[in-house]
Design a protein around this ligand. Structure first.
Ligand code: AP5
Length: 319
């Protein structure tokens, strides 16, 4: 992945034209401009405001992957450059992509809302349950082990699920477009691991649905193996006979199994909620799927508006 940063100088207080490129070996477009080496930059981000610290005394370059993982996506903006050991604070001209978690009891509508959210906002949908089912379908060792827990409606052990989710979140598409984490974390240990890996959400959406509704939704759920779309025989029936004929049912979608999954959910939900209480939005999931989405859409719109208002902002601070 190529990643180039262009900086333009502005006139205060000791203006210097400067140019930085990643990787360090990339040649400058402006041959007589001083180069900021990758070793001299570190990134810190606070929503849309990005700080770049430039220290000429540093000699050792961090690995390129480290810089890329820390670097913001926008990589364009006016930068003010100071003479010695500067701190450069620049504003993004494009807000950071959203990082959202969606949670709720089994069949509360997480997957259904994720389809609608990704269609509109282009976030990368990462569903722990889907990753696990893919492993089960592939017949891998992890899949075989995971299935034993999934059949009992229990949480799959962290040593399987934590790395699986981490690896998916680290892929470039999630970094570039933002992510929508579905059904993860489901325990405080998973939430702590995510934090330690540096994955912090902007918003935690909790779908709140009455328990008897959940059972009805599970039993009537069907999946289209071709498109991956979620249907419900009563609430969201397939559009054509052809689709109806190919629909499948999940192995854990029985009344008996959903009750086990519900019990597991109740045992863990409070521990997870307590870690995200400051950024939690509770949404009434008993409404129709479009009405639920309208509520989520409002919240996401507002979040993006706040981000846009915060970008295009420029300030410079001496370290
Ligand atoms: P997972 O696949 O995540 O299952 P779940 O949490 O039980 O949730 P569901 O996928 O069943 O439901 P959903 O909320 O996505 O609802 P949907 O939109 O499909 O996990 C499965 C298993 O994997 C777990 O039991 C566990 O063993 C393991 N696992 C997963 N994550 C793990 C983790 N982090 N750690 C450890 N283990 C983990 O909707 C359901 C139905 O309702 C559909 O038919 C839909 O059409 C319908 N519907 C949706 N919204 C509405 C609405 N508003 N009105 C009417 N109908 C609606």
């Amino acid at each position: 992945m190529a990643c180039i940063v262009n900086f333009s100088a502005i006139t205060q207080p000791k203006p210097q034209p400067c140019f930085a490129s990643l990787p360090a070996s990339t040649s400058s477009h402006r041959s007589n401009s001083p180069k900021l080496q990758t070793s001299h930059l570190s990134f810190a981000s606070n929503n849309s405001r990005i700080s770049l610290r430039y220290d000429r005394t540093l000699a050792v370059s961090p690995p390129r992957e480290t810089l890329l993982s820390k670097a913001p996506n926008f990589m364009v903006g006016l930068i003010s450059c100071f003479s010695d050991h500067e701190q450069i604070v620049a504003a993004a001209n494009k807000p950071e992509p959203l990082k959202i978690m969606i949670s709720g009891a089994p069949a509360s509508g997480k997957g259904t809302q994720c389809e609608l959210i990704t269609q509109k906002y282009g976030l990368v949908h990462v569903a722990a349950g889907d990753l696990l089912r893919a492993e089960v379908a592939a017949g891998s060792e992890n899949g075989r082990r995971a299935k034993q827990f999934m059949e009992k409606g229990q949480l799959v052990p962290d040593e399987i699920v934590v790395m699986m989710v981490k690896e998916r979140l680290l892929r470039p598409d999630a970094h570039k477009n933002g992510w929508l984490l579905d059904g993860y974390p489901r325990s405080s240990s998973q939430a702590i691991a995510l934090k330690e890996f540096g994955f912090e959400p902007d918003l935690f959406i909790l779908l709140d649905v009455a328990e008897d509704t959940l059972v009805e939704r599970v039993v009537g759920r069907r999946l289209d193996p071709v498109t991956g779309k979620i249907y419900h025989l009563k609430y969201s029936p397939p559009e054509t006979e052809e689709i109806a004929a190919r629909l499948t049912q999940r192995f854990d979608d029985t009344e008996e199994k959903v009750k086990l999954r519900l019990r597991t959910h109740h045992q863990n939900v409070e521990a997870v909620l307590s870690m995200y209480k400051d950024i939690t939005v509770k949404v009434n999931g008993n409404l129709s799927k479009n009405d639920v989405f309208a509520k989520i859409d409002n919240v996401l719109d507002e979040l993006l508006e706040q981000r846009k208002a915060g970008s295009g902002y420029l300030e410079a601070n001496k370290a």
